[in-house]
Ligand binder design. Structure first.
Ligand code: SAH
Length: 350
């Protein structure tokens, strides 16, 4: 097992069978060694810095029906809201004042925001805050739409592949196409975005074989960012009574991803912090190097309810900023408020 971890550390790759062997035989001792190697790799490339991104959840309307998600279209109990351009700009102003140099605009797939509207939002933010990076996370769109957003100034795009297992994907995403979601990721890369893929950990029925598929897909796509977090049940979904993913499996996978893609930007996600009070710290120690505190107005936070027990829904942006800073430092890392681009990326000029 140690030799498998060494191989992964040195070659940044493992074949399918060896990857499965590694996952199937993970125990405390191997995990300790894996964590050490992942930490060493992150220190070599990004040092002990942790990049901060300000997250703005701007719409809880969604036309999709992802079975696990609290804001799925079919959830009649979900409270819906949309932020206006002015409200989004207010979040940006607060964020900029607090030192954030990346804004992440995330939302359900909400057709109220037509492509022109997204372009207007991106352009307006870019004009006001030219030094800031803008990340979009608004789901599956056409190649042309992605291109328009990029030309308007969007730098990054988060679109988790959710799971690389076709059968599991199809069970969890009614009326959606496994192939299209993956195609979107390739399109985003081609256009020139820094692209974030990623998956949930601990979905009902998910096995180590499925994680191997996720890891192989990530290695093939080579995204600049990878967002992974535990699946957490939401009370108003069909998965309400399923078990959540664990911190242990999530941190193991974080470490493997750090070794597979040494330069990747890897967040310690809010979901990880929601299943364990020290989840994000554990993520950082396992190789993660990004956190995404919330900049959304406090009166809408509870309504962006993807899963139960989401942390930080009551805190003002400034409190979140202070809290996370304290946690990062206490865990032995340092805060990096710069844009924090992937070391392999620069903007394509048209
Ligand atoms: N509409 C955008 C953003 C989706 S929400 C898109 O399609 O990409 C952001 C992420 O939250 C999703 O990609 C999913 O991985 C995660 N998520 C949704 N419901 C969840 C749950 N119940 N538990 C954990 N993560 C969840």
């Amino acid at each position: 097992m140690r030799s498998l971890i060494d191989k992964l550390y040195k070659e940044n790759n493992l074949d399918k069978d060896k990857m499965l062997e590694l996952l199937n035989n993970m125990n405390d001792k191997h995990k300790e060694y894996l964590t050490e190697k992942a930490h060493e790799t992150r220190m070599k490339i990004y040092g002990n810095r942790v990049f901060m991104r300000g997250l703005i959840e701007f719409t809880s309307y969604c036309k999709r029906n992802c079975v696990y998600c609290g804001i799925r279209a079919g959830n009649k109990k979900a409270e819906r809201y949309r932020l206006s351009l002015d409200e989004i700009l207010n979040c940006c102003e607060t964020g900029h004042r607090l030192g954030y140099r990346t804004f992440v605009l995330q939302g359900g797939e909400d057709e109220f925001y037509r492509d022109e509207k997204i372009v207007e939002i991106v352009k307006t933010i870019k004009e006001k805050y030219p030094e800031n990076a803008i990340t979009l996370s608004i789901g599956e769109k056409s190649y042309e739409a992605y291109e328009k957003y990029y030309e308007a100034g969007a730098d990054r795009y988060l679109l988790r592949h959710e799971t690389a297992s076709k059968s599991l994907y199809e069970k969890l995403h009614p009326n959606a196409s496994f192939e299209n979601r993956r195609e979107c990721l390739w399109n985003l890369k081609k256009i020139g975005y820094q692209v974030g893929a990623g998956f949930m950990v601990g979905l009902p029925g998910q096995k180590n074989e499925n994680f191997v598929e996720d890891l192989m897909f990530l290695k093939e796509l080579e995204p600049h960012m990878v967002g992974i977090g535990p699946f957490i049940p939401h009370k108003d979904t069909a998965l309400a009574h399923e078990l959540p993913g664990t911190v242990e499996t999530t941190t193991t996978l974080l470490s493997i991803i750090r070794l597979l893609l040494p330069k990747v930007l890897l967040p310690a996600t809010t979901a990880l912090g929601s299943i364990d009070p020290l989840g994000r710290e554990k993520g950082l120690k396992a190789g993660a190097n990004v956190v995404m505190p919330n900049l959304s107005p406090t009166n809408v936070r509870e309504k962006y309810s993807l899963y139960d027990g989401k942390i930080c829904t009551g805190d003002e942006a400034a409190e979140c900023r202070k809290c996370i800073e304290g946690r990062i430092i206490k865990a032995g890392f340092s805060l990096d408020m710069s844009r924090g681009d992937n070391v392999n990326w620069s903007r394509k000029l048209y």
